[in-house]
Write a protein of this length. Structure first.
Lengths: 391, 278
């Protein structure tokens, strides 16, 4: 009913190309996140969806209707802004009521003082007031309706902004980094509330963020963008475990994925960090490429042996259940980071020698252009890397 | 803002300078009020005292109000100032919004023209305006007093600076909420820029309440004259040397402005400094 189709969108600001030929389709009721560093074009894409910016070429369809050239208010979309964009001179109630007043009341009925007494406006206005208080009730801000935005905390303002967006039951919710002005604790709480809101409303959400934790926890699918291009579109698990592109792998995951230059020794065996590891990739022997290893893909090993990487420990960070171990294998300029279970590797200290093993299916192989080279016949059905909790 | 602590000597010096300069500005006003309370004989005495030796205020003020239609002049001034201000805000706010928030071809050029307009003294335009009013046939009417001031480059400039500070997201939110561009101007931008509107209002009212030059050219009818022109008429009628009532009339003309300014001082200062500090 209200799916979105984005076709070949291009956009430039002056000489800067912000979006290069972006195409994407979003299912009705889906929670889709546009994830990327600042300046990747994700906010511009959202604004084009809302009708606040006009694309240079390409077309947008919302709910089966082409909306190019249609004004924002006729697109049946609502937006929550990073700055909340509340009207500071209006009460919370007036802020939330405004979209309904603009849609349901005639120009004359909206006049201050006399509008209320014009024929027909009484029932409409009391209907609006009822919906505003119902919305405020649902968001837990009913006691704030008479305040001004300036008198509210960040979290409360955020709720008012969400209230103003949801009160008119839009087909599509657009959210532009709505949580980035909140402190860390509130952010986690509001994240859960947004997830809940999506479940209750069941409408399409397009959510822009640069925070991978938000993207991973909220989304049905994540779109990773970089430099005005879409790098990958996939569900959160898949985008983490099975990235298409080196930039996707590097952007997701904390601590960051280890990227190691490697050489193919012979088919199925790769020279990496001073040891030979088996991989299942069709790459000509002798060619150079890059291998990505997630920190948690390393397993603590008691002894050196085939397929085991050895290095001296530079630094250990205790994170409670896990250890982040920075170690220097021979022949590498930068240390590798391993995330080891504190139970299995309890006594690691800086300066000692560490042995770690990696399962072949957890080596992510990228060619010189940063594109992923997939295993020939390693089944993709079990991306066995566990997705860690995203706090 | 934290106050900077000054050494006593520096504080005395600073306050001394402030007192001197403000005294310099205030003396004529004090003199005016003082003269308005004195008898004709005392006004021309060689010695000067601030307080009158013989209180003659009631006579002077009564004469100021009764011998010429001063209340009528002030009513004209009020009407003209109100019309000018309403028209100016009506024109300046949408123009400033367009210059601040909309993108269109030639915007920067148009804004440059506004700045040029800001540099031109109004007197330079008086001859063309006079001819214009003549051709329109509105000379010697209230319209002739209002029309030349409807477009205020200063108002456009001031509002634009204020509107620019309002985040684009608010405009975007308003568009999504279904407001037309004009509704954004009147419902969102103007209320948010209220300090600027008040500051501009004071400027506009003061300038046009006190304006002598253009009304002198544009109207001849006594019943159309605003206050300063009225005072002049008063002076001529009274053969020039009855200074007590003249000063009383001047005091009465200045008083409303003084009261208005004191009442709106807080917003006035915010409106004038807001653009530069924040």
């Amino acid at each position: 009913m209200s799916g979105i189709a984005i076709r070949n969108i291009r956009k430039s600001f002056g000489a800067t190309r912000v979006l290069h030929d972006v195409s994407l389709s979003i299912a009705d009721g889906e929670f889709l996140t546009l994830l990327g560093p600042s300046g990747c074009g994700k906010s511009t894409l959202l604004r084009i969806l809302a009708g606040l910016e006009v694309q240079d070429t390409g077309s947008i369809e919302i709910g089966g209707r082409v909306v190019d050239g249609i004004r924002p208010k006729r697109r049946d979309v609502a937006m929550v802004f990073q700055s909340y964009a509340l009207y500071p001179h209006m009460s919370v109630a007036a802020n939330i009521a405004l979209p309904l007043r603009m849609r349901r009341l005639s120009r004359a009925q909206r006049l201050p003082l006399i509008g209320r007494w014009l024929p027909g406006s009484g029932p409409v206005i009391s209907g609006i007031e009822m919906e505003v208080s119902r919305t405020a009730e649902a968001l837990g801000i009913a006691h704030l309706l008479n305040r001004r935005p300036g008198q509210l905390s960040g979290g409360q303002r955020q709720r008012v902004a969400v209230g103003r967006a949801m009160v008119r039951h839009p087909a599509v919710f657009l959210m532009d980094e709505p949580l980035s002005n909140l402190d860390a604790k509130l952010r986690v709480q509001m994240r859960a509330e947004i997830k809940d809101l999506h479940r209750r409303l069941g409408v399409t959400f397009v959510y822009v963020t640069h925070d991978q934790a938000e993207a991973m926890t909220l989304s049905d699918r994540v779109v990773v963008m970089r430099d005005g291009e879409i790098l990958q579109v996939a569900p959160p698990q898949e985008i983490y475990a099975d990235p298409n592109d080196m930039r996707v792998a590097e952007f997701l995951g904390s601590p960051k994925i280890n990227m190691v230059d490697a050489t193919m020794r012979e088919p199925g065996l790769v020279d990496l960090a001073g040891s030979a590891l088996p991989v299942a990739c069709e790459i000509a022997p002798g060619s150079k490429f890059t291998v990505g290893i997630r920190p948690e893909a390393f397993q603590f090993a008691e002894h050196p042996g085939p397929g085991v990487i050895t290095g001296s420990v530079r630094m250990v960070e205790h994170m409670g259940s896990d250890l982040f171990v920075y170690f220097d294998p021979c022949g590498l300029e930068h240390p590798l980071i391993a995330r080891l279970s504190a139970e299995r590797a309890p006594h690691i200290v800086a300066g000692q020698t560490l042995h770690v093993s990696v399962r072949p299916d957890q080596l992510l192989v990228f060619n010189r252009d940063g594109r992923r080279v997939r295993a020939r016949d390693v089944s993709r059905t079990n991306p066995s890397t566990p997705v860690r909790e995203w706090a | 803002m934290s106050a900077i602590r000054l050494s006593p000597a520096a504080a005395i010096l600073r306050h001394g300078v402030l007192v001197l300069t403000s005294a310099f500005i205030l003396v004529p006003f004090v003199w005016m009020v003082s003269l308005s309370l004195k008898s004709p004989g005392e006004i021309f005495r060689a010695t000067f005292s601030v307080l009158p030796a013989q209180f003659y205020g009631v006579d002077n003020y009564a004469k100021a109000i009764t011998s010429v239609p001063l209340p009528g002049y002030m009513g004209n001034g009020l009407l003209v100032c109100a019309l000018i201000l309403a028209a100016q805000i009506l024109v300046c706010a949408p123009a400033a919004y367009a210059l601040a928030k909309l993108k269109f071809w030639g915007r920067d050029f148009i804004f440059a023209m506004v700045l040029v307009g800001l540099l031109l003294p109004h007197q330079v335009l008086s001859l063309p305006l006079f001819i214009l009013c003549y051709k329109l046939g509105i000379l010697n009417t209230y319209l002739a007093l209002v029309i030349p001031y409807v477009v205020s480059p200063f108002g456009i400039f001031l509002f634009r600076q204020f509107f620019r500070k309002i985040p684009d997201d608010i405009v975007h939110a308003a568009r999504l909420d279904g407001l037309t561009e004009l509704a954004i101007v009147w419902k969102i931008m103007v209320p948010m820029a209220l300090p600027a509107v008040i500051a501009f209002s004071i400027f506009s009212v003061v300038a046009h309440w006190n304006d002598l030059f253009w009304p002198l050219i544009a109207v001849r009818d006594g019943h159309l004259m605003p206050a300063p022109l009225g005072i002049m008429a008063f002076k001529n009628e009274e053969a020039g040397n009855d200074y007590g009532p003249l000063m009383a009339a001047s005091t009465l003309v200045v008083a409303p402005l003084l009261i208005a300014f004191l009442a709106a001082q807080k917003w006035f200062v915010e409106g004038m400094t807001g653009g530069s500090v924040k």
